[in-house]
Design a protein around this ligand. Structure first.
Ligand SMILES: Nc1ncnc2c1ncn2[C@@H]1O[C@H](COP(=O)(O)OP(=O)(O)OP(=O)(O)O)[C@@H](O)[C@H]1O
Ligand SMILES: [Mg+2]
Length: 289
């Protein structure tokens, strides 16, 4: 059974404009995918394609318009309060901006310990030991614990955000553009750290990015989103070796990653896939073609 199942997820935003007609933004428009235990799954697509909105639904930071999200086969909607509390430990976010999860006024050690305090785990002493262990895991030494977020570099801040996300022993970490704000070399170190943690801790990752190189490096399966829909999904290797959807090919070409077979034919580019269903074009490889 997959760890995470997203089925027919829809999220619309209604924008009311004074003295004008109301617009409905179809941010996520009926997407389905699964993430297995210990797997690294990529969600890729251009700006505005609905990646963050999908992540926010999965993290329960916003309520879906329709569709179902299940963990261990259990729909979130029908979970008891106790199950939801447990779920909060199971699924953790890491955002592009570490300030989103770090209190600027607190020493970062306290931010890392906070989830343990909130969930009433351990004693002050055992929490301290756990925080130090987490700091080791993200490759920072203890001297960083007493610093405030603005006294750390961007890469160090993201390591602290990661330590905080790991504090409760999650099974799934949802990473929304976790290295986009960092210099390439610092980002690469964080990416390597993530891959090591995924392997050592058996974490599942939902890795959201617009960077195809990262997707190729980090994920085993990928879904390509465009305008709120998944236009192609398969093993990452298959998508890079033989992209089937024109939009995927365009993305690969733009990133200079197109294989010969996947070269762009501009004539293929259609503006809308609304009516074309996902079809299995090869085993486990689905595309709206
Ligand atoms: N709270 C909101 N209210 C209204 N519209 C929203 C809201 N949040 C997102 N949208 C719209 O939904 C669409 C998808 O946005 P989303 O942030 O999910 O895209 P994204 O793929 O994460 O883009 P990016 O790569 O720039 O982060 C966009 O058109 C966006 O303007
Ligand atoms: Mg986003």
């Amino acid at each position: 059974m997959p760890l995470l199942e997203v089925e027919g997820l829809v999220k619309h935003f209604v924008r009311r404009r004074p003295l004008r007609s109301t617009v409905v933004v179809h941010a996520v428009n009926d997407i389905s995918f699964t993430v297995d235990e210990g797997e690294s799954f990529g969600l890729v697509g251009e700006s505005g394609s609905g990646k963050t909105t999908a992540a926010r639904c999965i993290l329960r930071l916003t309520t879906p318009t329709a569709g179902e999200i299940r963990f261990d086969g259990e729909p979130i909607r029908s979970m008891s309060r106790q199950q939801l509390r447990r779920l909060r430990r199971t699924v953790q976010p890491v955002f592009q901006d570490p300030y989103a999860s770090l209190n600027p006024r607190l020493p970062v050690g306290e931010s890392v310990a906070e989830p343990l305090v909130v969930h009433r785990i351990g004693t002050a002493a055992s929490r301290q030991a756990r925080v130090e262990e987490l700091l080791d895991q993200v490759g920072l030494d203890r001297s960083h614990l007493r610093r405030r977020p603005d006294e750390l570099s961007g890469g160090q801040r993201q390591r602290i955000a990661l330590a905080r996300a790991l504090a409760l022993g999650p099974r799934l970490v949802v990473l929304d553009e976790p290295v986009s704000a960092l210099d390439a070399s610092v980002g690469a170190q964080i990416v390597n750290l993530l891959m090591r943690l995924q392997r050592d801790l058996g974490l599942a990752l939902l890795f959201i990015t617009h960077d195809l190189r990262l997707v190729r490096h980090m994920t085993t399966r990928v879904a390509v989103m465009r305008a709120g829909r998944i236009v192609e999904t398969a093993a990452t290797q298959a998508v890079f070796a033989a992209p089937r959807h024109p939009y995927t090919r365009t993305l690969l070409a733009a990133a200079d990653l197109a294989s010969r077979r996947g070269q762009v034919d501009p004539g293929e580019n259609r503006p809308d896939d609304g009516d074309t269903p996902l079809r299995e074009v090869a085993v486990g490889h689905w595309a709206r073609v």
